[in-house]
Design a protein around this ligand. Structure first.
Ligand SMILES: O=P(O)(O)OC[C@H]1O[C@](O)(COP(=O)(O)O)[C@@H](O)[C@@H]1O
Ligand SMILES: [Mn+2]
Length: 642
């Protein structure tokens, strides 16, 4: 490529044509020297600030109310700040009232109005308190970032109030009092308090990571999705349950049948019917007409178990590469006796009722089953709200993410028993380690974009397969559905779930993804940490952190807590264990917060600044580019647009 040589003070700089083209493009955003150096100075200032606070949560499993509250109380961080500021000056009741106001400003003020307690003195006091909290939280961010976090209508006023610099005559103080007076006089207190509460929450959590399993078990994953869609900054790593719903939304029948089964068993038909407008009426009628209720097994469960086993059987037969032939169990049933043979042992079935199964062709659907499934499938595909949510999972989600020296994924990376990366055949070749994770991510996207049979089927494999990065188990839905003996329910796992307790193994995995920092970690969800049995979320000498703490009520018996939030700020990493939550009404009337315990996991050797983060590295690169632009202006290689 031709180079243009230029003589300059520091020496000779030469630019390739490509570089000049790039600088000319950059010049469109920074058309003058002044614009360029102003931006350089701004960016330099930003990289020298402490890094923003990241929060990590996983396995939300439809527990909307608890999740919503934890978002509002910022995992307990707001309470810490309020304690820090007002432990001496406010009593416990006053602090609790202030906290509830920050968490639920609208509802709290409505309540105060009903109690006739919302007066000017209250408003003035609370405005002042809220401003102090906002001030404390904003101190580590640039003024411009804080401004951007404010609601536009109140931006100027809040900015003025936050930057109170008392001058000699205390004019500033008078000025602020006047602003507060006019807020009160104009009757905008309510909106203003809501804007301040929102700002406080936004400053407390700079970025949120959701390490998968938003869906199933709890009732309202749909509401969680709406909330996430309104969040200012987040990313998602797909869990097996999310993938299942994504596969269902793309029209995969095996995924649809599994979603139905999960939600019928947990009595969560509301999310399907009113949440997503998918009617199950015809299916419920069919179930009642076809099956009886015996030993407490709901006819709908019986009906979906049969459909599921058939559809999964068809999928397994299409894919010898899944190596799941031994999961084809329907044709080994003795239909008369109601027993099944597995590995030479005979087991009693939970039911003998299989009216729609043709013993000679056990995996084909009856005409009625086919029609019903077709109808429900249309329901999934045509549900606008579901499609909106799934698109968001695609746009903000991925199979894994490397973020500020942490490697985030829901489940595991397929390993051999000796710890080497396991080679897995996916569609067109063998993949292992990072290339495997990239391939799976690609297939998941392909399934939704192209809806080709192979990729769609793979979405189901990801739910049940031992080599699936989001499941990593031989999922025993068949045994769980049909066999009484619970010993058969155990689901063997990939070696990852044993080897991830080992430091060297985790370091090797981090290296595979380009993470060499001593402060690197793998952050997972998927397997509940059984705190009651003495398990710990921090493993492998601190290299692996599992944050499935059981937001899901069904698992709280074994985890002993009600969820974790991992917090990574400029000082280090700590984990918060949350205790069970009643409901939001309780918060409002009793100021009942979720109680959390905090444990410091790691302290950074030196405070982490933005320059040390992934984003900061991009900013530093940008500064270098802008310096080149400035030089090019000064040398006349690129012309200023004045
Ligand atoms: O990712 P998770 O939360 O472990 O969920 C998947 C597991 O759920 C199951 O479907 C069991 O579900 P239930 O606990 O609701 O019976 C297992 O077969 C499977 O391993
Ligand atoms: Mn999971």
């Amino acid at each position: 490529m031709e180079k243009r040589g230029i003589f300059m003070e520091e020496g000779v700089a030469s630019y390739s044509e490509e570089q000049v083209r790039y600088l000319e493009l950059l010049a469109k955003a920074y058309p003058t020297q002044a614009a360029t150096f102003t931006e350089i100075i701004n960016l330099q200032a930003i990289v020298n600030l402490p890094k923003g606070t990241e929060h990590f949560m996983s396995d939300l499993h439809g527990e909307y109310e608890a999740f919503y509250h934890i978002l509002n109380n910022c995992s307990g961080v707001i309470r810490e700040k309020v304690e820090l500021l007002f432990a001496e000056t406010l009593d416990e009741q006053e602090r609790a009232d202030l906290l509830t106001l920050i968490y639920y400003p609208k509802e709290k003020m409505d309540l105060l109005v009903r109690q006739e307690a919302l007066n000017v003195t209250w408003a003035r006091n609370n405005l002042t308190l809220l401003l102090q909290v906002a001030n404390l939280l904003s101190s580590k961010y640039s003024r411009s970032k804080v401004r951007k976090a404010m609601e536009p209508v109140f931006r100027f006023v809040i900015d003025e109030l936050l930057h109170a610099q008392p001058d000699e005559d205390d004019n500033r103080h008078v000025y602020h009092e006047k602003i507060i007076d006019s807020i009160l006089e104009t009757g905008s207190t309510r909106e203003f308090i809501m804007a301040l509460a929102a700002l406080i929450k936004r400053l407390a959590v700079d970025h949120l990571h959701i390490i998968g399993d938003i869906y199933d078990r709890g009732a309202h994953a749909d509401k969680i999705m709406d909330t996430l869609m309104g969040h200012h900054s987040l990313d998602i790593q797909w869990g097996n349950h999310d993938i299942l719903w994504m596969g269902a939304a793309a029209g995969n029948e095996a995924c649809i049948a599994n979603v139905l089964r999960n939600n019928i068993r947990y009595h969560n038909l509301e999310i399907l019917e009113s949440g997503y407008g998918i009617s199950l009426r015809a299916f419920a009628l069919f179930a009642l007409q076809t099956y009886t209720k015996e030993e407490g097994i709901d006819p709908m469960v019986k009906a979906i178990n049969v459909i599921l086993t058939k559809i999964e059987g068809q999928t397994i037969k299409r894919h010898p590469e899944y190596d799941m032939e031994n999961r084809l169990l329907f044709h080994t049933i003795d239909w008369q006796r109601g027993t099944i043979q597995i590995e030479g042992k005979t087991y009693e079935l939970t039911t003998k009722e299989f009216p729609t199964v043709d013993p000679y062709n056990p995996y084909s659907l009856s005409i009625e089953e086919k029609e019903l499934l077709q109808q429900i499938k249309i329901g999934f595909i045509e549900s606008e709200r579901l499609q909106r949510h799934v698109k968001f999972l695609y746009s903000h989600g991925a199979l894994y993410r490397s973020y500020n020296n942490n490697l985030l994924f829901h489940g595991g990376i397929p390993l051999n028993s000796d710890g080497s990366f396991k080679k897995v055949w996916i569609q067109d070749g063998w993949y292992a380690g990072k290339p495997l994770m990239d391939k799976v991510d690609w297939v998941v996207r392909q399934a939704y974009q192209c809806k080709d049979r192979d990729s769609l089927d793979y979405m189901w494999y990801l739910w049940v397969g031992i080599n699936s990065p989001v499941s990593g188990r031989i999922v025993k839905t068949f045994e769980r559905s049909y066999i009484r003996d619970e010993k058969t329910w155990k689901e063997p796992q990939n070696d990852y779930y044993r080897l991830n307790r080992n430091k060297e193994e985790c370091v090797k995995i981090l290296n595979e993804f380009g993470i060499y920092s001593l402060q690197g970690h793998i952050i997972n969800g998927h397997t509940p940490v059984k705190v009651k049995k003495g398990e710990r979320p921090i493993r492998a000498e601190g290299k692996e952190i599992c944050i499935d703490g059981g937001f899901c009520k069904a698992y709280q018996g074994s985890t002993g807590i009600a969820g974790y939030t991992l917090i990574f700020n400029s000082h280090g990493i700590r984990i918060k264990s949350h205790y069970p939550f009643q409901d939001i009404a309780h918060v409002l009337t009793q100021n009942a917060d979720i109680e959390s315990e905090s444990e410091q996991i790691e302290l950074e050797p030196k405070r982490v600044m933005i320059a040390d983060t992934d984003e900061g590295k991009k900013i530093c690169q940008r500064i270098e580019d802008l310096k080149r632009l400035l030089q090019a202006y000064r040398q006349g290689v690129v012309q200023e647009i004045l």
